[in-house]
Design a protein around this ligand. Structure first.
Ligand SMILES: *Cc1c(COP(=O)(O)O)cnc(C)c1O
Length: 391
């Protein structure tokens, strides 16, 4: 069976079922697992036999999800956590020590930025931020104590790209671990391992669920690194619930199909936006006008669901635009079947200074659209009337 395609495994793999021989795997809603005798229990705790012990450590539904994502990413091993941020934080917590340094792309998910700037410095871990558009700056930031290179691509919310091939080569040169938050692309559109990444991190809350129901996170990668992250999680406790793992694992079965449609719809919406007046720029990885279009073509097989554009009328027009939207949802999530619009300057990134926002290319009028699975003509109709009424 070794020659099955990852997509097949993403559909077929499931935890072992019980005496009822369920076709869909049941939810293993149990805190712990029983042993026949003292010797079996001893061996399980000693790690001599592979058994579930306690659901803070492992649970069949959780293991199933981790295996599926590892297979899709082409990585050796995986571990799933309660949220995407638990996966991000556990990666830092497991791999970094006082005196270490990491290099990160400046455009980071807000909570990741908070960990780097507010939490890790308290533990003596320093970072250097690099601009996504400036690949020449990355090698200059390397120090003897650089342990980790951490990036997201495409970035949230400005949809910039980071050249994974160059970073993979740099990580190899300097002996640092390259970790990629692959949330926006998913393994369906981008496999960082092919460019030398050691770890991939996901907020499974987004496209892996894809229907806005549950939270979850996954980290997959080199076996030795995932083992460290697993040991860190086993002790610190950011465990994913079996129910959420079950929902997410079912989500993986339709991930490829959904991503294909997300990409098709998002490209239609992006092309329409580009033909409109009164918009500063429209950013979508698969629009030839994207300044890093060549990078997108090299490392992605589709542009993803997220399109960003700038309203010439700035902050006030951004708020008027959100007020004028009728069908699309105003909510903090993304990667849902339902199209979501957000205005980062007045919400997720409102606490940053104007300079900080500029550094990550969040203009006052930037609007982020996570294009869903509705008929794209209806999405465009809603955006068109909102654009008209916001002027
Ligand atoms: C949402 C998100 C996260 C955090 O995931 P949660 O599941 O919300 O904890 C991390 N990185 C990116 C790029 C995200 O979009």
């Amino acid at each position: 069976m070794d020659d099955r395609k990852p997509q097949t495994e993403a559909v077929r793999i499931q935890a072992e079922v019980g005496p009822h021989r369920e076709h869909a795997v049941p939810i293993f809603a149990t805190s712990s697992f029983v042993f026949d005798d003292a010797e079996e229990m001893r061996a399980a705790f000693a790690g001599e036999i592979d058994r579930n012990i306690y659901s803070r450590f492992t649970n069949p539904n959780v293991t199933e999800l981790s295996r599926k994502i590892a297979l899709l990413e082409g990585m050796e091993a995986g571990h799933s956590t309660a949220t995407g941020m638990a996966a991000v934080f556990s990666t830092f917590g497991a791999l970094l020590s006082a005196g270490d340094h990491l290099i990160a792309c400046q455009s980071l998910f807000g909570s990741t930025h908070t960990i780097l700037t507010k939490i890790l410095p308290r533990w003596g871990i320093e970072h250097t931020y690099i601009d996504a558009w400036d690949p020449d700056a990355w090698p200059e930031a390397v120090r003897p104590n650089t342990k980790l290179i951490f990036v997201e691509t495409p970035t949230n919310p400005a949809v910039d790209l980071v050249d994974l091939e160059r970073l993979g080569a740099l990580a190899e040169d300097c002996g640092a671990v390259l970790a990629v938050d692959n949330c926006f692309a998913t393994p369906i559109l981008q496999r960082p391992v092919d460019f030398g990444a050691d770890l991939c991190i996901h907020s499974a809350t987004k496209f892996i669920d894809g229907q806005g129901r549950v939270m979850g996170g996954v980290v997959v990668g080199r076996e030795d690194l995932v083992k460290e992250i697993f040991d860190f999680c086993r002790a610190t406790g950011p465990a994913l619930s079996p129910f959420n793992a079950w929902v997410l694992s079912k989500g993986v079965e339709t991930l490829a199909l959904r991503m294909e449609k997300h990409c098709e719809n998002a490209l239609v919406v992006a092309e329409w936006l580009e033909s409109q007046e009164g918009l500063g720029h429209v950013r979508y990885p698969f629009l030839p006008s994207h300044p890093q279009y060549d990078v997108a073509q090299k490392q992605m097989t589709g542009g993803g669901a997220v399109v960003a554009f700038t309203l010439d009328g700035g902050l006030e027009q951004g708020k008027r635009f959100l007020d004028a939207v009728e069908m699309c949802s105003l909510t903090a999530n993304l990667g849902d079947t339902r199209t979501i619009v957000s205005h980062p300057s007045s919400t997720t990134h409102a606490k940053l200074s104007e300079d900080e926002r500029q550094a990550v290319r969040i203009t006052p009028g930037l609007v982020r659209v996570s294009v869903g699975l509705e008929d794209p003509t209806d999405v465009i109709a809603d955006l068109a009337q909102a654009l008209e009424r916001s002027r």
